[in-house]
Ligand binder design. Structure first.
Ligand code: ZN
Length: 374
């Protein structure tokens, strides 16, 4: 494994894990600047809040963080006028582009700070996150709806194969697993959500595979768009919360855990963690993601996806991500989770002592994920 990937592996294993220092700046005092009707905050404020340094990262990017390598370190990498944003080299598509003012200072939308950056950097401050006991696996399509197709396979079948492998892994790891379908049958999107919403202490993982006319390849992970935002997959601006928005903080944490594990372990192209308002993401009362494991339209990826080994690898990635998510949600503020991320090279962190047990401030606007019960 090249050195770079080894470093990345160590970084990603800790991306959702490490306790942040007690914030020194009162978040409520941060001045906001309105740009194109969107509220922005200077990155300098964020840098001070997280006790980050200016770092010499990749050319053309502005990078802040604790360090570019080493266990437990985090860094944020951004470009002016771009929604593409990296946390420890994991690709996120922000809801609003990063801005740079006339003085050369960078700004990030307050919404992206609250809905992406803070829950990912400090998952231990997400309020009311449930202790995951049940995983709802939703193999996309089925029956008369084959999904994407190529000469070798139907997406519905491929989704089910990966889902069954994931079920076996999660069951072995002690999770209760519910499948929305275990055969080639058709279910409406609402039926899938209805199954998910029967359970408590659960997460919802929909498994799909992609197709495009071009040569696109790689893995992307979708989670619900926050209210007041749009994306290419959520074009209509909504000002009201959907049921799934009660999980905004846990949604992004789950997406980050699964997506980063998948990118790292497959070496696939990182197409990013993206926002959508797909039906299966709008209504679950649990943290929910839609995972796209690769492009059936890309000959190279189609060959891989058709193999039992790669399907197993995808299932293992998702399983590791879910375990990392559960561990991160189980961490108390000021501590790291005792459970090790099995299968990663991070090893157990159970013996680590963290200097502070003081509860930090919550960035105004909240990392709280209040429960919505129908
Ligand atoms: Zn699909």
């Amino acid at each position: 494994m090249p050195k770079y990937r080894t470093i990345l592996l160590i970084l990603l294993a800790s991306i959702l894990w490490t306790a942040m220092p007690t914030p020194a700046i009162a978040a409520s005092d941060w001045p906001e600047t309105s740009i194109d009707g969107v509220s922005y905050i200077k990155v300098e404020r964020l840098r001070a809040f997280y006790k980050f340094k200016n770092l010499q990262g990749d050319r053309g990017y502005y990078t802040i963080g604790s360090a570019l390598s080493g266990k437990g370190n985090r860094f944020l990498k951004m470009k002016a006028d771009s929604q593409t944003f990296y946390i420890n080299n994991v690709h996120f598509e922000l809801s609003h582009p990063v801005k740079r003012n006339a003085q050369g200072e960078y700004l990030i939308s307050k919404l992206d700070i609250v809905k992406v950056i803070d829950p990912v950097l400090r998952p231990q401050y997400i309020k009311n996150a449930e202790n995951v006991q049940t995983v709802i696996i939703d193999p996309g399509h089925g029956g008369h709806d084959a999904g994407a197709t190529n000469s070798a396979a139907h997406e519905a079948d491929l989704n089910l194969k990966v889902a069954k492998k994931l079920k076996a892994l999660l069951t072995r790891a002690g999770f209760k697993v519910v499948m929305t379908r275990e055969a080639d049958i058709f279910l409406t999107l609402q039926e899938r959500v209805n199954i998910a919403n029967k359970y408590e202490n659960a997460i919802f993982v929909s498994i799909h595979h992609n197709s495009s006319r071009g040569s696109s390849k790689g893995i992307e992970t979708f989670t619900l768009a926050p209210k007041g935002t749009t994306s290419p997959y959520a074009r209509t601006l909504r000002y009201q919360d959907l049921a799934g928005n009660s999980q905004d903080s846990t949604n992004i944490a789950l997406a980050t855990a699964v997506h980063s594990a998948a990118i790292l372990r497959t070496g696939a192209e990182d197409r990013g963690i993206k926002r959508a308002r797909f039906s299966v993401l709008c209504s679950p009362k649990h943290p929910a993601i839609l995972f796209e494991g690769g492009f059936m339209s890309n000959p190279e990826e189609a060959r891989l996806l058709n193999t039992d080994e790669y399907q197993q690898k995808l299932a293992e990635c998702i399983c590791v991500g879910i375990k990392n998510y559960k561990a991160a949600m189980g961490a108390k503020p000021g501590s790291v989770p005792a459970q090790s991320a099995s299968g990663t090279r991070s090893g157990s962190t159970s013996s680590r002592r963290i200097g502070t047990s003081t509860r930090g401030q919550t960035i105004r606007g909240g990392t709280s994920a209040s429960r919505t019960r129908p």
